[in-house]
Write a protein that binds this ligand. Structure first.
Ligand code: M6R
Length: 632
């Protein structure tokens, strides 16, 4: 996703920015840009800013800059992962004020950008992009240069502060949302002003100057002593040093953290593997996927759908088509779409769907789910469904991917780039996105009231903290459960209802990274065959959270217990009775059954990782597997 780097000092800023942007490439992005102070134009009253932006890889920007003969020693750079506005040069960062004398780069989302833009346009500002970010450039400009009177609101004109950092602080006071921000101003050569709220920013001082970045990886060659800026803190970087303030402008002295990771670890954010890093990011994925989705009147907002509410209201059949983990997200969605919207929903492996002759009419909605957005089977199924007349809606993590391009509408999961082959955070992003879709369908079909949708939306958001609770409190229990099954030859994952859908994902995670054979079964089906597998010590991993089918699941587990199975249960916090049959219990917080997949999957991801590590496997790059499966 988006990345920021900035430098001011005595060396060539161009090279430092390009190097930093390349280091940020792993996050995934669709365009890149830099703002460089034009040293040649510097005078007592300031300098000029050169803006260079390109769609595509940093290498393209690098080629463009290679022709630029500049002695600039101060600049900011950005890699953009599109949220508001398609990938394009005008939407790429840096964005500038009307007169081009202030330039900014921004990570995060400005929730009130539409109203801010309207106000700013009314006061004469001209916008050059579709982004939420651009409002920041104009807000800073007003604070710096002065604001005209606003007849619409009766606000008086205000004088400018002519201080970049003070102007950034003033602008931030108007913004609702998340930001990591770096700004430069032609009137203050060598100065970079920085702000942070809910989007990471680190700042460091090296031998040749001062650095800012959204990820330590971008500056680790220059400095290992960094300040991790906290929400509401601001910084002013200059060649001679860095000063910090709080939101009121009072000086502060944040603690310095010494980074002792190597480059490999830095790319992994200091974690031993990408899989763990990505699992730990899941609370953020939930939050980011929900940002901006609830309108002021309590109505859901998914305008990328490409379908009007009237068209959605006519939908009478849904197919979810996907592969692997994405298919499992579809199994969760089926429960929600049928349960809330009362629309029949089938989930099919894309590789099967494309060779069947499914019943498709103009009122059929096909939802194609794909993390990579380029899975060959899913793409072929999309094409087939569109030829047959279905509306196709894509859910993908990759902006501009074939799934996004070939669908009528698309929701981007806000997982950021996923590097580990085993999907974890993208699954959570998919389930949250599909949950939004199910709520929207229920809303347009008048199956749920606005009040019910609002309440469910709030509870959906609560899963972010619930995941965090699991990550904070259950690692010992998961480790003990992993030790109990790491030497097995095979394992069964069971559950009922939502639990059965979750069991599928648990089994896939375990087999793909630990090479331990694992199958998922609806717990009630055990007695129809699979129970024959159970002998003393055979691991049975169950999802038995407090749900309408809890008692039934427990009965099925007793049948396994009676045959000597080693039973590991994902249960609801406070359920002590389950310990009577379980050898190991991993708790999740109490959660509505509809949202249990978002939380109960997390311990199963961690369990699979622990088992794989105990078996000496490479959890990020399992044998025989690829991150994108672009062949049939
Ligand atoms: O990129 P996609 O979501 O379309 O990929 C589908 C599957 O190949 C993918 O989910 C695969 O099963 C993962 N390795 C699961 O962790």
């Amino acid at each position: 996703m988006c990345g920021i780097v900035g430098y001011t000092g005595t060396e060539a800023a161009k090279d430092i920015l390009i190097d930093g942007l390349k280091r940020l490439e792993y996050r995934g992005y669709d365009s890149a840009g830099v703002a460089l102070e034009r040293a040649e134009a510097a005078s007592a009253s300031g300098c000029a800013l050169d803006i260079h932006r390109r769609v595509g890889k940093v290498a393209g920007l690098e080629s463009e800059l290679a022709c630029l003969d500049t002695a600039s020693t101060c600049g900011i750079g950005h890699t953009r992962w599109a949220t508001h506005g398609r990938p394009s040069v005008p939407n790429a960062h840096p964005h500038t004020s009307c007169d081009g004398r202030i330039a900014i780069v921004h990570n995060g989302i400005i929730e009130n950008f539409a109203e801010l833009r309207e106000e700013l346009e009314r006061r004469g500002h001209r916008f050059a992009s579709d982004t939420d970010t651009e409002v920041f450039a104009h807000l800073i400009e007003e604070a710096y240069e002065g604001r005209p009177a606003d007849p619409a609101t009766g606000e008086q004109a205000a004088p400018g502060c002519h201080d970049l950092l003070a102007a950034v602080r003033e602008a931030c006071a108007h913004v609702v949302g998340a930001y990591g921000l770096a700004a430069v101003c032609a009137d203050e050569p060598g100065v970079i002003a920085v702000a942070r709220k809910d989007s990471p920013i680190i700042i460091g001082r090296g031998e040749h100057g001062s650095y800012v970045a959204s990820d330590v990886i971008a500056v680790i060659d220059a400095t290992r002593d960094v300040v991790v800026l906290e929400d509401g803190q601001f910084a002013r970087l200059a060649p001679e040093g860095i000063t910090y303030t709080d939101a009121d402008g009072a000086a502060i002295e944040p603690a310095v953290t010494h980074i002792d990771w190597d480059i490999d670890m830095a790319e992994k954010g200091g974690y031993p593997d990408f899989m763990l890093k990505e699992i730990l990011e899941q609370p953020r994925v939930v939050r980011d996927t929900l940002v901006g989705r609830m309108g002021p009147a309590g109505e859901l907002d998914i305008d990328e759908l490409g379908l009007s509410l009237e068209e959605l209201n006519l939908i009478d059949r849904v197919y979810v088509i996907a592969c692997g983990t994405s298919y499992h997200a579809g199994l969760i969605a089926k429960n929600l779409i049928e349960g809330w919207a009362r629309i029949p929903c089938e989930v099919e492996a894309a590789s099967e769907f494309r060779y069947r002759n499914p019943i498709i009419t103009p009122s059929t909605l096909v939802v194609a789910v794909s993390q990579s957005g380029e899975t060959a089977d899913t793409l072929a199924a999309i094409r087939d469904a569109r030829i047959k007349g279905a509306k196709v809606f894509g859910i993908t993590n990759v902006v501009g991917s074939p799934v996004a391009r070939e669908s009528d509408g698309v929701i981007y999961t806000k997982a950021n780039k996923e590097i580990a082959v085993a999907s974890t955070k993208s699954f959570i992003g998919q389930v949250v996105s599909l949950t939004l879709l199910a709520l929207l369908l229920a809303q347009v079909k008048y199956r749920l009231t606005v009040g019910q949708v609002r309440m469910l939306f709030r509870e959906l958001g609560d899963t972010a903290e619930q995941i965090q609770w699991i990550l904070d409190t259950q690692t010992d229990a998961i480790h003990a459960a992993a030790e109990a099954c790491c030497d097995a030859h095979s394992a069964l994952f069971v559950g009922r209802g939502m639990g059965a859908a979750i069991a599928n994902e648990g089994a896939l995670k375990l087999k793909e990274i630990s090479y331990l054979h694992a199958e998922a079964y609806a717990a009630g089906e055990m007695k129809h065959g699979p129970i024959a597998l159970i002998d003393p010590g055979f691991p049975v991993i169950a999802v038995a959270t407090k749900s309408p089918v809890y008692d039934k699941t427990v009965s099925n587990l007793k049948e396994c217990e009676a045959r000597g199975a080693k039973i590991i249960v994902v249960a609801t916090e406070g359920d002590e009775d389950i310990r009577e049959i379980a050898d190991h219990v991993i708790y999740i917080p109490a959660v509505r059954d509809a949202f249990s997949a978002i939380t109960a999957t997390v311990p199963l991801q961690l369990l699979a990782r622990e088992v794989a590590l105990m078996r000496g496997c490479d959890v990020d790059q399992p044998r025989n597997l690829a991150k994108s499966v672009t062949v049939e």
